[in-house]
Design a protein. Structure first.
Length: 673
């Protein structure tokens, strides 16, 4: 800790009963204009978080007081700015340093109503934005909503590094605890840098495209042959007409990508595309009963039985208000999207993924769910933004993108669509919105009264969603139950001599790729196997706790902890997992067994397949460490001879990627069979 944190930590450690009050004062002071630029709030909040994570002061009450302090601090700044209004410029220190107000005012005018929420997390202007919001007359209700919601996110976020460090200090030595924290901070910085870089690149590309299209527009407008294009793409506002060409360019570009993807799906089956298989296996391995319920609740938000009635309700309300131009474009969103979905499904004839009790019988590409949610929610959002005259739209678009992404994710989660289906739905929905916007922008239309649209939208969506959930939830939950992989049967001599193609040899990982060899196969009852292994020096691994998590996340060497995420076979976790220490407790080996889904004819016991391998002492996020090879022998497995089982130990020749190598293999079966 720094010298600044030392006295704070010492005082709070001595007076834990005053921690809530101290947290409130520090958080409030950090949020008050001028004072917040002097108080090292970030450092202090980290110090408080460290004490909370270490258990010196209570965690949740401390977070509550931090949130409350942030709300009060910003509130004081807001009402100070609202009271003094334009007189602020003549009050010290703004009289001597006018740049303080100017920076805050520029930030507020750029981000509008979202400036209070965003400004909470932006260091240079954090303490000034509430002051400027009050000075410029932001309504108390809007400010309070932004103030409270941003404080709820800000306090835990600023305390999180300290909480992690404090928690780590209880489980790990101080040097390792700092190492874990530094790794977490480095990862966060890397993610933020990548996001920033992508945004800058996209902004630069967009700027170049806009300049190019502006030049093209001027040439088309003065051309004797192509000036008709400018009339077709006219905008009701002459100053924005060239923007129609930009929108038309992105529409054509999106349609070209969609056409290419459709042809690719037609030529190459969806099930043979790598990313489709990878995500299919990944989501099969993640399914749980709780997640099934959550995802099914989410997926209804994009169901056609929910959205199409809402579109009709909006059309009816707009028609009642005699806003036929807008009403027809709202209806067009649904009609064109539904038509495009059916046409592409009939053209591509793409089968749906397997793996559910009952999947839809129609074709898979594109995802109708995804196309509808993009067309409907994006189209309605654009209409509402125009009605409310909101200038700062970036945050709304981000939230909309997250929402669309979550609903799309629910389709992948259940395995009712391939990823290429989702991508096709995104492209189709976006193309429909752009086409509708090109048409809608041609003629002037009075701004709609937002209250009527919102009320109709909310009531129609609520009723339609509730009715569909009541009618179809239980049926879809039963239909979306995941079925197991197919079972195959072989006779015992074929298995004992490892003949035939049905015998498992490689473990299929959570991305659908063949990985670690399955070097152990055992016919027996699983409880009997576990008892035998425990009698021969194997142990059940300890459950993952905070220490093991910190070791693995922090890339800290450990000869005690298994990986946080267990390997899979046929999208399932191991049915049995035991470990053994070797070489003076410096090497940890693990034995895992899975149900093979292979039945041995005339056998009363199932066939279990597994792997025995060395657990790496550390994992690198940047470099792949070569795992230590293990010399698999019966002596390694058993310290006592098994009298009731036949054991066959041999080596097999593998040839993968043009490289030949031998691997040990052990087969075990009861003597009576």
């Amino acid at each position: 800790m720094t010298d600044t944190l030392g006295p704070i930590l010492q005082w709070l450690n001595t007076h834990p009963n005053l921690a809530g009050f101290a947290t409130f004062v520090i958080s409030a002071a950090e949020s008050i204009a001028i004072i917040g630029t002097i108080v090292p709030g970030t450092v202090m909040m980290t110090a408080i978080g460290a004490l909370a994570g270490a258990g010196v002061i209570p965690l949740w009450p401390t977070i509550f007081w931090a949130i409350l302090g942030a709300i009060v601090g910003d509130g004081i700044s807001y009402w100070f700015g609202r009271y003094f209004n334009n007189r602020l410029a003549y009050i010290w220190p703004f009289r001597s340093h006018p740049g303080l107000l100017l920076r805050g005012e520029a930030f507020f005018r750029k981000h509008g109503g979202m400036s209070v929420f965003i400004g909470r997390f932006v260091g240079p202007v954090r303490a000034m934005v509430p002051l400027v919001a009050g000075m410029l007359g932001m309504s108390p209700l809007r400010f309070t909503i932004a103030n409270v919601t941003s404080a709820i996110g800000w306090a835990p976020a600023y305390m999180l590094p300290g909480i992690l460090l404090g928690a780590a200090s209880l489980e790990l030595p101080p040097d390792i605890a700092v190492h874990v924290l530094l790794m977490a901070i480095a990862l966060l910085i890397l993610i933020m840098f990548v996001i920033w870089l992508v945004k800058k690149i996209l902004k630069l590309i967009g700027k170049q495209i806009d300049q190019m299209l502006t030049t093209i527009w001027e040439k088309l407008r003065t051309s004797s042959h192509f000036h008709l294009i400018t009339k077709i793409l006219k905008h009701r506002n002459p100053k924005k007409t060239h923007g129609q060409l930009t929108l038309a360019f992105y529409f054509i570009f999106t349609c070209c990508i969609l056409l290419y993807l459709s042809v690719y799906i037609l030529v190459v089956s969806s099930k043979d595309i790598f990313i489709n298989n990878m995500l299919f296996h990944l989501f099969r391995s993640l399914r749980t009963p709780l997640l099934d319920t959550i995802m099914l609740t989410i997926t209804f938000l994009g169901d056609k039985s929910v959205l199409l009635p809402v579109i009709l309700a909006l059309f009816g309300w707009l028609a009642y208000k005699k806003r036929w131009y807008t009403a027809l474009h709202i209806l067009a969103l649904g009609v064109i999207t539904a038509g495009g979905i059916e046409i592409l499904k009939l053209l591509t004839h793409s089968p749906r993924p397997w793996g559910l009790v009952h999947n839809s019988e129609n074709f898979s590409f594109p995802s109708g769910h995804t196309a509808l949610i993009v067309a409907f929610y994006l189209g309605i959002t654009l209409l509402l933004l125009k009605a409310f005259r909101i200038k700062s739209r970036r945050t709304i678009y981000y939230l909309l993108g997250i929402f669309i992404g979550i609903v799309s994710l629910s389709r992948l989660y259940f395995g009712v669509h391939w990823f290429t289906d989702i991508l096709g739905g995104w492209l189709l929905g976006s193309a429909v919105v752009m086409l509708t916007a090109l048409s809608y922008n041609r003629h002037p239309e009075k701004n709609l009264h937002p209250t009527g649209i919102l009320l109709t939208l909310f009531l129609a969506l609520l009723l339609s969603y509730s009715f569909s959930m009541y009618r179809d939830f239980d049926r879809l939950k039963a239909d979306f139950v995941q079925i197991d992989w197919p079972v195959s049967t072989v006779n015992q001599p074929t298995w004992w001599n490892q003949l035939g193609k049905k015998l498992p040899l490689y473990r299929i990982n959570r991305f659908g790729l063949s990985g670690q060899i399955l070097n152990l196969q055992w016919i027996a009852n699983l409880d009997d196997i576990k008892t035998i292994l425990l009698q021969n020096g194997w142990e059940e691994p300890a459950q993952n706790d905070l220490a093991s998590i910190l070791h693995r996340v922090g890339d800290v060497e450990s000869a005690e902890h298994l990986p946080l995420v267990p390997p899979l076979y046929l999208d399932k976790k191991p049915a049995l997992e035991v470990t053994k220490q070797l070489a003076g407790n410096k090497k940890l080996i693990v034995l895992r067994l899975w149900n093979s889904n292979v039945i041995i004819a005339n056998s009363k016991q199932p066939l279990w397949v597994g792997s025995v391998e060395v657990v790496p002492r550390t994992y690198s996020w940047l470099f792949k460490h070569k795992q230590n090879q293990i010399n698999l022998t019966t002596e390694l497995l058993f310290s006592n001879k098994l009298k009731e089982y036949d054991i066959k130990q041999f080596t097999i020749l593998l040839n993968r990627n043009g490289k030949a190598r031998t691997e040990p293999m052990i087969l075990i079966k009861p003597k009576k069979q």
